[in-house]
Design a protein around this ligand. Structure first.
Ligand code: SF4
Length: 110
């Protein structure tokens, strides 16, 4: 079974507001965010997942609005979240979600 079909069949993950899919991974701007640009852990995940169409959530510093809190512990969580400039955030109307921003810190959008 491919990873994508597992995700959409999982009862827990089908309740996600934002799907964890390759389109979202491609469009997400989290990797450029001030919260994680200085994170060695995030930079390593970004490097190792480059070119992977659909990495595992814990292997990419992207799409936290779907997968929830970041696996890396060296993020600078006091910096401003740039999700408001992200195509994924607009596509899924996350201005009306909870939380609204800082999904890497506060968990997935619901
Ligand atoms: S969820 Fe927001 S704060 Fe966290 S990395 Fe993405 S854009 Fe930055």
């Amino acid at each position: 079974m491919c990873q994508e079909s597992f995700i959409f069949r999982s009862p827990k993950l089908t309740r996600m507001k934002v799907p964890f899919d390759s389109r979202g991974i491609k469009d997400c701007i989290c990797a450029q965010c001030p919260v994680q640009v200085r994170s060695a852990c995030s930079r390593e995940k970004e490097k190792s997942s480059k070119g992977v169409e659909l990495p595992k959530p814990q292997d990419t510093p992207r799409l936290y609005c779907s997968s929830g809190k970041a696996a890396c512990s060296d993020l600078d969580l006091k910096q401003m979240c740039i999700c408001g400039a992200c195509p994924v955030w607009h596509r899924h109307k996350l201005a009306g979600a909870k939380p609204t921003l800082h999904f890497c810190r506060d968990g997935a959008a619901r």
